[in-house]
Design a protein around this ligand. Sequence first.
Ligand code: AHG
Ligand code: MN
Ligand code: MN
Length: 355
Amino acid sequence: IFIPTLYAMIGVNTLQEFVVARQADFAGATGDLSRLLTDIGTAAKMVNMHVNSAGLSGILGVHKAQGNTSKNVQGELQQKLDVYADETFTRVLKSCLKVGGIVSEEQPGIIHVDHSERGEGRGYGKYMVCIDPLDGSSNVDVNISVGTIFGIYRRKSPLIDPASTSDFLQPAGALVAAGYVLYGSSTMLVYSTGGGVNGFTFDPSIGEFFLSHPNMQFPEEERVYSVNDARISNTDPAISAFLSDCRDRGMTARYTGALVADFHRNLIQGGIYLYPGSFDQPEGKLRMLYEAQPLAFLAKQAGGATCCHHHDLLDITPTSLHQRTPLFTGHASSIARLRSMMRASAHPIPEPAGV
Ligand code: AHG
Ligand code: MN
Ligand code: MN
């Protein structure tokens, strides 16, 4: 069978060309965001190379610092690739003149970027980047998909001082851009700057991302629900009732343990992802800034919806950098049905602190 190269099939529309062409849609755009988005594409290519060859290059398994297994600020074990992806994205983002600060799931606080210190520009950049450098990292050792998630806010405070925490604590509705990279059977970068969602597939023979999924929208049909069912015994019983209703509607279950992979499949096939809070831990597991907000922004742009137990997630202003949140995201009618069932629940999960 003859398999034409990807770029020959779809025409040459690289990530860089597309980003620059889209810039023209925004009056007064300077190209700064375009530069930042293409830099994220560059970091993704570097991480992709190591994810693809991790078994050969000895970077599988848990990261050790001074002989001890290392944990991130949230007490989670760090894999070697977590650390590599974090270092790569932060190094590339720090070199981008438009970035003023970075917060990462793997780092305790804000990484300030002062370009004047290196004589490379004037002071701090205007964009604040929130990143989950490697999502689903426990999947790496078993060769299942992993991802990167990012969100970009415009800084609110003046550019003369280091960014403050409140520059990052903005609702998802204020995101300037958000996206993810999925290192899967092929590697894709999917992003939105607010005018719809577009997906790009990496062609390793050329080293470029090409537009392969223009204007991504959740399909009409609801096909999939994604949940770790070990997490639903101690949560709102309305969620079990919702899942039973999903089965009655002929929906099927799929869960990889990597949020990016589950979200992406549900976006393509039509589905809903659920990670509830529990009575013991009402805030759930997933991170507001690095995981929930960027995906909520993308879901909205793709015609979907996102909520935590009691609110539309787009409306929530976070109160701390590493805040966790329950997350329900995907197909808009599935989310609407779930929300109405949770509203009528006899045993709702209490509101997590900070919401
Ligand atoms: P991370 O690897 O960035 O810490 O994220 C893991 C997250 C998410 O990707 C996934 O959906 C979820 O954790 C899986 O959690 P459970 O193992 O509790 O299902
Ligand atoms: Mn993650
Ligand atoms: Mn991660």
